[in-house]
Every structure is written in structure tokens, then in C-alpha cells.
Design a protein around this ligand. Structure first.
Ligand code: FAD
Length: 306
């Protein structure tokens, strides 16, 4: 960005621009180089003009949520990183014509917080999200899920924002697969999930809360939390688990620099301290090669890359 662009960018948003921002602070992996600029977008009215400005100036940008499914490269990002907060964390609800309760959340709000909020309101359908550490926007992109359920099955509507304006998509227009919103690739690099509506049923608050707590307990018992990580690194292949295949290949505890295949759950690659993105990428490649050789399965990363 030239000086004029930097000045204009700072004028377009209410929050201060963070120049040369260390992205390791914004990923759960605690890894990543510098972004030229990071902007917290707090007002709906700011978003379209901002996207227009970035598109017009051909300035590269990426949006991130809580960075809980991201590996940011050591060289960082030469462009603008956007994060949603403020108005984009709002939640509201109304009863739909079909008796279901429609919960509307901003793309920057916490999925886990929304899940607990719904459980307190006696709404069932989003319990699986109570331990997923991302945003609602990130969950839509990833079709986040757990315990056999995913966000795609409760989504009713998604509002995207692009440089040209809003795009409203209803459930019939949305096409999800395992950990992926398939159709989003057609908007990749151009659209932000600004808002999503979920259709939930009424249930028993006490039972819903107890179910969420039991899911949290299961998570604690099965997922390692001693080191920074990005959750499951690879997608599970059909009818198998990536963790099982990695363990069967004898890779548990394998280290490259500060990156390690978790000893608690082999599908978690962890940062034992000071890992670089290059360490993680090298470890990823070793795991992919060995599992492919041993079982013929190519492990596709679930983690996204910047
Ligand atoms: C300990 C741990 C446990 C986890 N458990 C689970 C689990 O059980 N199930 C599961 O599915 N995942 C799990 N994850 C992974 C992760 O939490 C989810 O994939 C989550 O949905 C990512 O959301 P995020 O806001 O952090 O997105 P990010 O990681 O910040 O981004 C992920 C992708 O979404 C895009 N994106 C983010 N926000 C937006 C937006 N508003 N508009 C457009 N694009 C956007 C980014 O550009 C990127 O491509 C876990 C992660 C950790 C660290």
C-alpha cells in the first residue's frame, strides 16, 4: 500500500489500524508472520465501503475469525487482514412461521458463546458448538461440527457482504459437505459472512444444558490442551479417522522443530513452543507421505492457510 492508501484505509474504519501486525497473536496455533495491516471492523456500515476500497486498489485481503483453524505462514501476509467485532457479534431471535426459533448472529460472534446462549434460552440444535473455539462466520465457512452434527444442518440464511453489496442466501442455496461450504469457493477472496440465521427447536433448558456440559466433558477427555494447536489438522477420510491412521503409521510424538504430532490425539499437530509455520508444514508433509505409503490414504488438511 502506498501512503495515500494507508491514510484512506485508516479513515474508512472506526477502529485503529494495526500496522505490521503480528498474526501469531490472532491464531490458536500461536504461529504466523506479520500482516501489513489488521483491521477490526465493528460497524456493518463500514464493511462494504472498505471492501470496495480494497477491491478498487487491488489490495490483497483476507478475513479471519478467531484463527482457530488457521496456519499463517512465517512470511506473513502482504495485505489487509480483517476481523469482525462490535455489531458483528450481536445476537437476536424471533419465532418463525413454522414455529422454529430463528436465531440471528453476526459473523464475528463466538460460536461457543452462541451455543451456550441458546442452551440457556431452551433452544436445541446448536449444542455441538459449545466447545468449538471459532466465530459464527468461521463456522459457516468450515461447516463446523462435532458429535455427528454440523452448522449446515441448522442454517436458514446467510448474509454475505461483498464490495458490490449484500448477497442473501437461503438454506436451499447453500451446499455443505464435510468441513466445507462447497459453494463458497465461487466468492473466495471477495465475500465476508456478515450474518447467519439458524433455525432451532424449543426444548428443555435443564436437559440442553446438561447435554452441553456432557459434550464439554467428552471434549476434555479426548482432546489435548497442553499446547497451542488448531484442532484437528486433517479431515477424517471416509469411514476412518485421520488420528487412527497417523497413530498406526507410528507417528505419535514425531517432532519437527517446535511442531509435534500430539501424543494425546494424533490428528492434533501442536506447537510445543517456538514452532514456525515451516516446522508445521514439514511435519504435515511427513505425516501425509507416511500415511499414504502405509495405508494408501491421502490426508487432506482441514486447516486453512494464509
Ligand atoms: C481446540 C480446538 C478444537 C476444535 N474443535 C473443533 C470441532 O469440534 N469441530 C470443528 O468443526 N472445528 C473445530 N475446531 C476448528 C475451528 O474451531 C473451526 O473450524 C472454526 O469454525 C473456525 O472458526 P474461526 O472463526 O476460528 O475461523 P478461522 O480459523 O479464523 O478461519 C477459518 C476460515 O474461515 C474463513 N473465515 C473466518 N471468518 C469468516 C467470515 N466472517 N467470512 C468469511 N470467511 C471467514 C477464514 O478466511 C478461513 O479461510 C477446533 C479448533 C481448536 C483449536
Amino acid at each position: 500500500m502506498n501512503q495515500g492508501q494507508q491514510k484512506r484505509l485508516a479513515e474508512l474504519v472506526s477502529q485503529p489500524v494495526q500496522w505490521q501486525c503480528d498474526l501469531s497473536r490472532y491464531t490458536t496455533f500461536a504461529i504466523g508472520g506479520l500482516a501489513e495491516a489488521l483491521i477490526n471492523v465493528h460497524q456493518l456500515s463500514e464493511l462494504q465501503p472498505l471492501l470496495w476500497f480494497l477491491a478498487e486498489g487491488s489490495i490483497p485481503w483476507r478475513i479471519i475469525g478467531k484463527g482457530s483453524n488457521l496456519l499463517v505462514r512465517d512470511e506473513g501476509f502482504s495485505g489487509v487482514i480483517l476481523r469482525l467485532g462490535g455489531e458483528f457479534a450481536a445476537v437476536s431471535e424471533q419465532v418463525g412461521d413454522d414455529g422454529l426459533v430463528v436465531v440471528r448472529g453476526g459473523g464475528g460472534g463466538s460460536l461457543a458463546r452462541l451455543s451456550w446462549h441458546c442452551s440457556e434460552r431452551g433452544l436445541t440444535g446448536l449444542e455441538f458448538g459449545c466447545g468449538i473455539p471459532g466465530t459464527l462466520g468461521g463456522a459457516v465457512i468450515m461447516n463446523a461440527g462435532a458429535w455427528g452434527q454440523n452448522i449446515g444442518s441448522v442454517l436458514r440464511r446467510v448474509k454475505l457482504m461483498t464490495a458490490e453489496g449484500e448477497i442473501n442466501l437461503s438454506s436451499g442455496d447453500l451446499n455443505f459437505s464435510y468441513r466445507c461450504w462447497k459453494d463458497f469457493s465461487r466468492y473466495q477472496g471477495r465475500a465476508v459472512v456478515a450474518m447467519a440465521e439458524l433455525a432451532l427447536q424449543r426444548g428443555e433448558t435443564v436437559a440442553i444444558r446438561a447435554y452441553c456440559s456432557s459434550l464439554q466433558e467428552k471434549r476434555k477427555a479426548t482432546q489435548p490442551n497442553e499446547y497451542a494447536n488448531a484442532g484437528s489438522f486433517f479431515k477424517n477420510p471416509p469411514n476412518d479417522s485421520a488420528g487412527r491412521l497417523i497413530e498406526a503409521s507410528g507417528l505419535k510424538g514425531l517432532r519437527v522443530g517446535g511442531a509435534m504430532v500430539s501424543e494425546g490425539h494424533c490428528n492434533f499437530l501442536v506447537n510445543t513452543g517456538g514452532a514456525t509455520a515451516s516446522d508445521v508444514l514439514r511435519l504435515m508433509q511427513i505425516v501425509q507421505d507416511k500415511v499414504k505409503r502405509d495405508s494408501g490414504v491421502f490426508l487432506e488438511p482441514e486447516v486453512h492457510f494464509i
